[in-house]
Design a protein around this ligand. Sequence first.
Ligand code: IPE
Ligand code: MG
Length: 251
Amino acid sequence: MLYDLYARRLRHQLRGLPKPQHVAIVMDGNRRWARGAGYDDVRIGHRFGAKHLEQFLQWSADAGITCVTAWVASADNLRKRDSSEVGYLMELTESVLADHVRRDHRWRLHVAGQLDLLPDSTARALKDAVELSRDRDAGDLTLAIGYSGRLEVLDAVRSVLDEAAAEGRSLEDVADGLTEEDIGRHLYVPGLPDPDLVIRTSGELRMSDFLLWQATRSEIEFCDLYWPAFREVDLLRALRTYGQRRLQRSS
Ligand code: IPE
Ligand code: MG
């Protein structure tokens, strides 16, 4: 009841404030949330976390956000965490995230990251969901999985050079003419607007190699809650802060 009133008040305050088109979310704190809730098995945190993204997408759509990028797992996460945890994250990616895209016709799916780090079945489930959602136009959802921002930029530079080599251009010519747009066209998901707002949960104050190229001008909002405990009012508060900051900057 009080919560509903608060949410309504926040929605009211958002009227007339600048609104982000693209929100990126670092869903951090699943394991700490699970331990805090008394579960020994941290996989329960990941399960709640994955289901929570479904809710977040609905809240985002309700708030008029048309583009969402969600950090599912970094390249480092996949390399460094034990194989049973990574295996479970992959299972959730197939059974919850890719499945959500199949059922919720709003989102056109994109995947950012190194698909070759993923098990075949996960890579296939994601590719199928990308294919299936290709013609949707209400919203763009990017799942960052096996993702590293530095590697994305390196890969982009590599493919700019490959393309130039295929056209028979000299290195001097490429170096002279290289632009931001050239890099942008070769990112994992070209053509999306840069994120206006990046939210990271769990109180960690780092970017951790997320959207290195795209987030240079983004507003960043850090939230102390663990990801499974992040509520719609927390999103609305982040949107209010975003709107106020943008308004101040433009005045
Ligand atoms: C976020 O939660 C999910 C992934 C990065 C895979 P964590 O698994 O990082 O949980 P904490 O931060 O250790 O609590
Ligand atoms: Mg973490």
